[in-house]
Design a protein around this ligand. Structure first.
Ligand SMILES: Cc1cc2nc3c(=O)[nH]c(=O)nc-3n(C[C@H](O)[C@H](O)[C@H](O)COP(=O)(O)OP(=O)(O)OC[C@H]3O[C@@H](n4cnc5c(N)ncnc54)[C@H](O)[C@@H]3O)c2cc1C
Length: 501
């Protein structure tokens, strides 16, 4: 056996310093690695030889990549080249668009842990309209001032609650500061600049660039162009189809569907619906679909992996389930209960659930704030279809703001930007969304399988999780456990896991 590390993502500056070369060198590229792997399948030479040939003649390696990846369609070869990008001074709204791509890794500055400064992105849509920029700046700077004042108000409140001497205890003071920032950020506009570390392979990058270059927002299109320019400088042979990708659904997609309502429902109808379901305002989860007979589906997967015959189609119930208990209790499946108990008790808190758990799906309709959506979208194994932000659905007011008596201050800070938002939407379309704040809500269709839901539960039901996503995750887990009672105890956070074993 021979296992050799032949590449690791070295920082380009490190490489330049080590080689004492001032600028990009065209032959310093991940392409020889991809070119060697591309030829593995049809060559008798060792991969080491193939790479050495590719390294010695990068131009030839590039020609070979182009043929294999783009003419023969062996696109996965492009996955062997990886990039790291810093994205700085990009708006939270644009970061949402970037992070739509699943096959990539992201780490962004947290608005929970960092006190946010005055960095604001003025969108192209505002700049291009005479006279709008001062109005826009006034609104977003006003929100930033209100954010700062809310941080101070919440800190004072928490210090009072802690007996007034929290300044003496550094760790308590740190917790108080974090908690105040975490909730005050609900006032931060989506025009607030963030920074992001992005790692992805050339194939994912190509898809991302096409999508970003076809995006309705100018800032997002420019991010797509910059990513492309930077990547092409080092890997011209692996990033090629970068023409903007736009798509407009045919009108037939909007034809009435029998039995389905045509409008999205007003905020008050939504509220009434939630009141009937015994729920408050957002965050709010509703189960639209789950795999019929989920316990049987999971057991069939477990048995199949052990060499037993594939399952027969099993009779299913399916259909919408509003909440645990509606439609009568779902019977436990003792076989699956035994499998689940044995797995989780034996595997421990850090082990993923078995792959067979992917056989059971849940489709939720979720309503949550932008602050919460920012966290939800990071779960890349789920299918997340986000509807537009609907200012009428929100805002989500953090409970601490209400308890501290700062609700009026919070709501009045939103009013002026909301007025401008309503005025600008007919003029500049989606560019007006930069005036939305983290408290505003959207509805999302969120399809997840049980394996990912277990992972979401571990992270988001844990005591370190932010309160809104914890609430949303708790609702999803409760609804899922209503369909799959065997999982009730195992859909828990990391901190509660030990007590379940
Ligand atoms: C308390 C808390 C604080 C956080 N703070 C921050 C923060 O400050 N900044 C920030 O940017 N994020 C933060 N996050 C988000 C966090 O980093 C994750 O992005 C998020 O929780 C999604 O989970 P995940 O990455 O484990 O996997 P998911 O995307 O949910 O995927 C599920 C599993 O699939 C596998 N997987 C998916 N994609 C890949 C991949 N590309 N490579 C390898 N394995 C993969 C992993 O095993 C993963 O656990 C925080 C999360 C929590 C719970």
């Amino acid at each position: 056996m021979k296992i050799t590390l032949v590449g690791a993502n070295l920082e380009l500056e490190q490489v330049r310093r080590a080689l004492d070369v001032p600028t990009h060198r065209p032959d310093l590229s991940p392409e020889p690695i991809a070119a060697a792997y591309a030829r593995i399948s049809r060559s008798e030479k060792s991969v080491d030889e193939l790479r050495s040939e590719a390294r010695d003649n990068v131009d030839k390696a590039r020609r070979s990549n182009r043929t294999i990846v783009f003419e023969m369609g062996h696109s996965s070869i492009a996955e062997h080249a990886t990039f790291n990008f810093d994205l700085e001074g990009v708006s939270r709204l644009a970061i949402e668009a970037v992070e739509h791509s699943r096959l990539a890794s992201y780490t962004e500055r947290s608005q929970r842990y960092v006190l946010i400064g005055k960095d604001i992105v003025v969108p192209d849509e505002i700049r291009s309209q005479p006279g709008l920029e001062p109005l826009f700046l006034e609104a977003v700077e006003g929100l930033h001032r209100s954010y700062r004042s809310l941080v101070e108000g919440l800190v004072e409140h928490h210090v009072r609650q802690a007996g007034g001497d929290a300044a003496l205890d550094r760790s308590l003071r740190r917790d108080i500061d974090t908690s105040a920032r975490e909730d005050a950020r609900y006032l931060l506009p989506l025009a607030t600049a963030g920074q992001l570390g992005l790692t992805l392979n050339a194939r994912s990058l190509e898809n991302m660039v096409r999508r970003l270059k076809g995006h309705p927002l100018g800032e997002v299109r420019r991010i797509g162009e910059r990513l492309e320019e930077e990547a092409l400088a080092v890997t011209p042979s692996l990033v090629r189809h970068t023409e903007p990708w736009t798509w407009e659904e045919p009108v037939e997609a909007f034809a009435p569907v029998a039995g389905q309502r045509e409008d999205r429902g007003t905020a008050s109808e939504l509220e009434r619906g939630r009141a009937v379901a015994g729920e408050g305002r957002a965050p709010y989860a509703r189960l639209l679909f789950s795999t019929p007979s989920p316990g049987e589906a999971l057991l069939a997967g477990v048995r199949f992996e052990r060499g037993l015959p594939p399952p027969e189609p099993w009779p299913g119930t399916g259909g919408p389930e509003e909440s645990e208990g509606s439609g009568g209790p779902v019977p436990r499946n003792p076989g699956f209960q035994a499998v689940a108990d044995a797995w989780f008790a034996g595997a421990g808190v850090h082990a993923p659930a078995p792959r067979s758990f992917e056989l059971v799906d849940f489709l939720f309709e979720l309503t949550c704030s932008a602050a919460c959506f920012g966290q939800l979208k990071r779960h890349r194994m789920a299918t997340t279809l986000a509807g537009p932000y609907e200012a009428d659905l929100g805002p989500v007011v953090p409970p601490s703001v209400v308890v501290a008596g700062l609700q009026e201050e919070f709501l009045s800070a939103l009013q002026s930007s909301r007025r401008l938002l309503d005025e600008l939407r007919p003029v500049i379309g989606p560019g007006a969304d930069y005036l939305l704040v983290n408290a505003h809500c959207r509805r999302t269709l969120f399809k997840t399988n049980l394996r990912e839901l277990v992972h979401i539960a571990r992270l988001r039901l844990d005591r370190h999780a932010q309160w809104e996503i914890r609430d949303l995750a708790a609702q999803m887990c409760r609804l899922a456990a209503g369909r799959l009672p065997e999982m009730k105890r195992w859909l828990c956070g990391k901190d509660a896991f030990r007590s379940m074993c």
